[in-house]
Design a protein around this ligand. Structure first.
Ligand SMILES: [Zn+2]
Length: 134
């Protein structure tokens, strides 16, 4: 306790220098912590992206399994029902209720109804924009 005071009295310049050194060290440490935080944050983002991709793979597998389980013309139809096919089906089939058709989102692979004639639609599940080919 008293040691500090004595040092200060005896050699004030050294004490100040020590204090500055300490401050510098603190700053350095903080900077290093920031870097570490950034590094962790980057790792976290990498991990989340990897997980996101895995989720998508899982979904693909799930839909693949469903398609296999349903196996048959209907399953084939729905599985291959991209927006272009959907549009063509709608054109080829004169339908009484004008123009909703179900399309599959290419991003989340869920089906949702759209109104025919729109150049593009937004998936209500994942908000991915799908362009409709005419
Ligand atoms: Zn979607």
């Amino acid at each position: 306790m008293s040691e500090k005071k004595e040092t200060k009295k005896k050699i004030p310049t050294d004490y100040r220098k020590a204090e500055i050194d300490l401050r510098l060290k603190e700053m350095e440490q903080r900077e290093r912590q920031d870097n570490k935080w950034l590094e962790l944050e980057n790792k976290r983002l990498d991990w989340e992206m990897a997980r996101h991709v895995e989720d998508k793979e899982d979904q693909k597998q799930l839909y693949g399994l469903i398609a296999k389980a349903l196996d048959g013309p209907v399953a084939d139809l729905t599985r291959n029902l991209g927006s272009a096919v959907a549009k063509r089906l709608e054109i080829n089939t004169p339908s009484k209720e004008i123009g909703t058709v179900k399309i599959k989102c290419l991003n989340c692979l869920k089906y949702f109804p759209i109104i025919v004639g729109q150049p593009m639609v937004v998936c209500p599940y994942c908000e991915a924009i799908s362009k409709l080919d005419c």
